[in-house]
Design a protein around this ligand. Structure first.
Ligand SMILES: C[S@@+](CC[C@H](N)C(=O)[O-])C[C@H]1O[C@@H](n2cnc3c(N)ncnc32)[C@H](O)[C@@H]1O
Length: 221
């Protein structure tokens, strides 16, 4: 099979057109994106404008009381998701790198959702288990190798009728290759198969940016 790159998944001019007709980022989100692109060593990790606006709209539809984000980075996606929180809602986000956790916190403190956002610094696997919450919505966006583990941990505390959104499910197109190379591509392909064979959920893979899967936990299964 032909080797695929990101441009072949979503042509740049299609993405640019979509961005032109999508609500612009507010001042704080623009600042986070610009700061990340300018100062961070791994700016490609940022969700970015199109995906960020999609996360906001999905969160607004769900109107969650409790959100869990795994993989805070510089805080961009957390703020996008927080925009859909109920007034009494709380978003928990987990980040293992102290510098990123601190930076994200500083941005949260300047947003109008700052007092609804809790940053947990450390290893996601350990922290998820300590959080005594029932999740309405979870966003999985940390180390790819642990996606199945995070999914299973989240499912334990996800309410029936709740949603998980998983990022990077196309992994730059590498999951389409016949002979999967690299531990991340293999891990993501395994995750996609895991979700597809799980009869507790229904899911749709959305071909925005690097691929997102929207996973619904059924009431009855
Ligand atoms: C792709 S970035 C998240 C991007 C962010 N959600 C956004 O869209 O702006 C992944 C983040 O997960 C963090 N991370 C990786 N492994 C982790 C782990 N085991 N526990 C907690 N955080 C982890 C990384 O340090 C990185 O900041």
């Amino acid at each position: 099979m032909q080797k695929l790159d990101r441009l072949e998944i979503i042509p740049a001019r299609v993405e640019a057109y979509a961005a032109d007709y999508t609500t612009k980022d507010d001042a704080l989100l623009s600042e986070i994106a610009e700061y990340t692109l300018r100062e961070h060593a791994e700016p490609h990790m940022l969700s970015g404008h199109l995906q960020g606006q999609l996360l906001t709209q999905l969160s607004r539809m769900i109107q969650p009381e409790r959100i869990l984000e795994i993989g805070t980075f510089t805080g961009y996606s957390a703020i996008c998701l927080a925009k859909g929180l109920k007034h009494s809602g709380i978003l928990h986000t987990i980040e293992k790198r102290p510098d990123d956790a601190r930076l994200a916190r500083s941005f949260f403190d300047r947003s109008c959702f700052g007092n609804q956002m809790i940053v947990h610094e450390g290893e996601a696997e350990k922290i998820i288990e300590t959080l005594n919450e029932t999740w309405d919505l979870a966003f999985i966006d940390a180390d790819k190798i642990n996606y199945v583990l995070y999914y299973e941990l989240v499912m334990q505390k996800l309410r029936p009728g709740g949603w998980i959104i998983a990022d990077n499910v196309l992994f730059h197109g590498t999951v389409l290759e016949e002979n999967l190379k690299g531990k991340n591509a293999k891990a993501i392909h395994d995750f996609n198969r895991h979700v597809a064979s799980d009869n507790r959920v229904e899911q749709v893979m959305i071909t925005v940016r690097d691929g997102l899967t929207l996973i619904y936990k059924k009431d009855k299964f």
